[in-house]
Design a protein around this ligand. Structure first.
Ligand code: TPP
Ligand code: MG
Length: 414
């Protein structure tokens, strides 16, 4: 593993490639079909060591599916997944343009990682709880969130359901059991375990899914979550999305051993690594983990192996710290193209239908944007009223907030 020169005292892991260097990833030795699918209900964590050190894949490089992990989805299900991924990519592109033209303050795309939240949420039941990061907004499309409401949130206008109190992309969607995204990274991981335990305590068939980034997995919250999930056999699906980067810090810095999945094994958790750009493999692994959790067999720890194709956020320039074409070398390719090719191979899709889909969704996004700005835009408002800073956090406002509220409102009105 690459490491920075530190006078030989402490080996500090570094990125394998820096700007100006030729990025090249070794071809994956793991082929679709080479890993067995154990019985989710009766398998012990020891039985998953090969799954944690391997890589569950279903789609090969030509878009053909094979192996025990093939979820055998219907063509309609596959088209739904493809449509949501295309929707997310086009939505992200438009929102990014809005940010560049001053209509949004900040934005974060899911480029290259569209399959993650979409395939995994499709594999859940609607009563299951979602504890996402900012890289899983796609789960909301699967749960039926209205796009106008998502854009109003990103603008922070008067129709923003969280009234401008969060940064753009830090969505809350109560109706979809999609928990508010936290700016301090990692907090959701242990919270998800707590909610999973509450569901179990109440005897409900609810599973909780959560995600954390490779970088954030170096925080204590990650380890607390694994420990509690293991000790109390929590019905949770714990995903580490290893997209190679944490802003400008390479994933090597968060795991000296280059494998996140196997970290679940010493905690006694069933652990699997999955190709995060393979819609079918993601769906299947998540379904397996859900069945395991729901049957009382406990949590599953999953490394989702992918690549953050875009910048970290609208404030980032990855050309400063990685080769500009590094994403083109990623062995997992593009999740949308892979599912599209699979559907074409099945004779259930075509290039023309794909183009029509893109055009239809582009119109959908533009129309949603026009509708959203009727409730205010970033430059001109209207914005949520200032007193909403103090509401909807405490059921009863404590005295010190009341004081601040009255002072602010007195100042604004006086
Ligand atoms: C506790 C905390 N530390 C630092 C930050 C600043 N920060 C925001 S995102 C990020 C990188 C996270 O990378 P990773 O966990 O790999 O997730 P990714 O962005 O790749 O999805 C950092 C350092 C933060 N928001 N919260
Ligand atoms: Mg990352």
């Amino acid at each position: 593993m690459a490491s920075k020169d530190n006078d030989g005292k402490i080996p500090v892991p570094d990125a394998p490639f820096r700007p100006g260097e030729q990025a090249s990833f070794e071809n994956w030795p793991w082929k679709p079909g080479d890993l067995p699918m154990p019985d989710p209900k009766n398998c012990q964590f020891q039985d998953t060591v090969n799954l944690a050190n391997g890589l569950v894949r279903v789609l090969d490089d030509d878009g053909n599916a094979s192996g025990e992990w093939d979820p055998r989805l219907s063509a309609d299900q596959l088209r739904t997944g493809l449509e949501h991924m295309v929707r997310l990519r086009i939505f992200d592109d438009r929102m990014m343009k809005m940010q560049r033209t001053g209509l949004l303050s900040f934005y974060m795309r899911s480029l290259g990682e569209e399959a993650v939240a979409i395939a995994q949420t499709m594999a859940l039941e609607e009563q299951d709880w979602i504890f996402p990061t900012y890289r899983q907004p796609g789960a909301q499309f699967v749960r039926g969130r209205d796009m106008v409401s998502m854009i109003c949130h990103c603008i922070g206008n008067i129709e923003d359901n969280i009234k401008g109190r969060q940064m753009p992309v830090h969505y809350s969607y109560r109706e979809g059991r999609f928990i508010s995204i936290s700016s301090p990274v990692g907090t959701q991981f242990s919270q998800a375990v707590g909610v999973g335990l509450a569901s179990r305590y109440k005897g409900l068939d609810e599973v909780t899914i959560t995600w954390i980034g490779d970088g954030a997995s170096a925080e204590g919250d990650y380890h607390y979550a694994l420990n509690f999930a293991s000790v109390f056999n929590a019905p949770v699906i714990l995903n580490v999305v290893n997209n190679q980067w944490a802003i400008s810090t390479h994933a090597n810095f968060a795991t000296g051993i280059g494998n996140f999945a196997s970290r679940g094994i010493p905690y006694g958790l069933a652990s699997i690594r999955v190709d995060g750009n393979d819609f079918l493999a993601l769906y299947s692994v998540t379904k397996w983990a859900r069945e395991r959790a729901s049957s009382g067999s406990g949590a599953t720890h999953i490394e989702v192996l992918t690549y953050r194709t875009g910048a970290h956020s609208s404030s980032d320039d990855p050309g400063r710290y990685r080769p500009k074409d590094e994403h083109t070398k990623w062995p997992g390719g593009d999740p949308i193209i892979r599912l599209k090719e699979h559907l074409i191979n099945l004779e259930e899709w075509s290039e023309d239908r794909h183009k029509e889909l893109e055009e239809r969704i582009d119109t959908e996004v533009v129309d949603a944007y026009k509708e959203a700005v009727k409730f205010g835009d970033l430059a001109n408002g209207p914005y949520p009223s200032a007193d909403t800073i103090f509401t909807e956090v405490y059921e009863e406002m404590p005295w010190h907030l009341k004081e601040q509220h009255d002072e602010l409102m007195g100042g604004l009105n006086g």
